[in-house]
Design a protein around this ligand. Structure first.
Ligand code: NAP
Ligand code: ZN
Length: 356
């Protein structure tokens, strides 16, 4: 048995590379897994290259999107055993926390606290990694679900659908999905499933536009070629949309969202805002604060139950997230290449899968 593992992680702010760590220890409720297929997330890039001292995780192995094989389980784990193939949600909350008991498990043990991988412990880009409270945080991979679909459920679908749920979409709602990266594309898929009428997607890269059309956007606006705000108002006869989902852009997205949502509508946000202390909300976009416009800022829902529901959607052909994977690599050491592909994001790239 080896006592050290290798992993791809954050060396320092602005620097990623290979790190050697001790083999993870195991508690009675935990499982130790080895990755089967992994994918880097935009957030991994954010963590390294846009990191701040407050969120500095230097020395940590990265990665939180993974389908894995169980190597060992703790003595109190009931539903999983060595050799099982499992889907590992990006969020693995502490279900014994006060926040989980209050219904906000995404922030168990504090802000973003369910993102154990990276923020509190080594992530899935290691030769082995640990999952806390395995019975509450892992899901079995069903026979008729491909590893690629399962991999896309762990974070991209989980986050896009968290945003859709928060937006509380009703039959016939008009929805603006601002940003059509993999998260925004899954928000389009989720909004369609919830019964949205018009779905306006905003993005520029050609592969994303093709997929936004595939997943059900009725209108697509290229923010590099048009004034999105003017175009949305034209499309909606000056009224704005019922719901806005923010899945791309920067802090300005917030004011754009508030100004384009109807009175009484909802802006649902999943993007990381920049730590800009001087950033100002435009009071007019919010009807001087009294327009009954609602803001929901959400961290992705994690855990076993949510993952099993998403797997149901794939099993019964309600959704197909696998077309998000545009690039495939083989071999553990190619995680590094995948990470840099994700950083560069060429026109034809959406997500990279690395088969370990
Ligand atoms: P992504 O691949 O970078 O996609 C972003 C999208 O936004 C692209 O369509 C991009 O357009 C578009 N965009 C960029 N700048 C824009 C602007 N100024 N105006 C309008 N659109 C603009 O990102 P992703 O992987 O889908 O993730 C989306 C966000 O969710 C990221 O901030 C990520 O960190 C965050 N995230 C949050 C959670 C959570 O739990 N809350 C979980 C996972 C990810 P192009 O077509 O030009 O590229
Ligand atoms: Zn992520």
């Amino acid at each position: 048995m080896k006592d050290k593992i290798n992993g791809f992680g954050m060396i320092a702010i602005g620097e990623a590379g290979w790190i050697e760590k001790d083999v993870p220890d195991i508690g009675p409720l935990d499982a130790i897994l080895e990755p089967v297929v992994v994918s880097p997330c935009t957030s991994d890039i954010h963590t390294v290259y846009h990191g701040t001292e407050e969120l500095n995780v230097s020395g940590r192995i990265l990665g939180h999107e993974c389908v894995a094989k169980v190597l060992e389980v703790g003595e109190l784990v009931k539903d999983f055993k060595k050799g099982d193939k499992v889907v590992v949600p990006a969020g693995t909350p502490n279900w014994l926390s006060r926040e989980a008991l209050s219904g906000v498990s995404a922030h168990s043990d504090g802000l973003f606290g369910s993102l154990k991988f990276t923020l509190q412990q080594d992530g899935v880009f290691g030769e082995q990694f640990k999952v806390l409270q395995a019975d509450c945080n892992l899901a079995h991979l069903p026979k008729n679900v491909s590893v690629e679909s399962a991999l896309m459920l762990t974070d991209m679908v989980a986050t896009g659908f968290t945003a859709v749920d928060a937006a509380n979409i009703q039959f016939g709602d008009s929805v603006l999905v601002y940003g059509i990266g993999p998260v925004g594309l899954m928000a389009i898929e989720g909004a369609k499933l919830k019964g949205a009428g018009r779905i306006i997607g905003v993005g520029s890269r050609s592969k994303l536009i093709e997929l936004a059309d595939f997943y059900g956007a009725t209108d697509i606006l290229n923010y590099r070629q048009c004034n999105v705000s003017e175009e949305v108002m034209k499309l909606t006869n000056g009224k704005g949309v019922d719901k806005v989902i923010l899945a791309g852009g920067n802090n300005d997205s917030l004011n754009i969202g508030f100004s384009l949502v109807k009175i009484g509508g909802t802006v649902s946000n999943v993007i990381y805002l920049e730590a800009e202390p001087d950033f100002k909300i435009n009071p007019f976009a919010l009807g001087l604060g009294m327009s009954n416009k609602e803001y929901k800022g959400c961290f992705s829902r994690g855990g076993r139950q949510n993952m099993e529901k998403l797997l149901e959607l794939v099993e019964h052909d309600r959704i197909d997230p696998s077309p998000l994977i545009t690039h495939r690599l083989e071999g553990f050491d190619r995680i590094e290449e995948a990470f840099h592909l994700m950083r560069e994001k060429n026109d034809d790239l959406v997500k990279v899968a690395v088969y370990i």
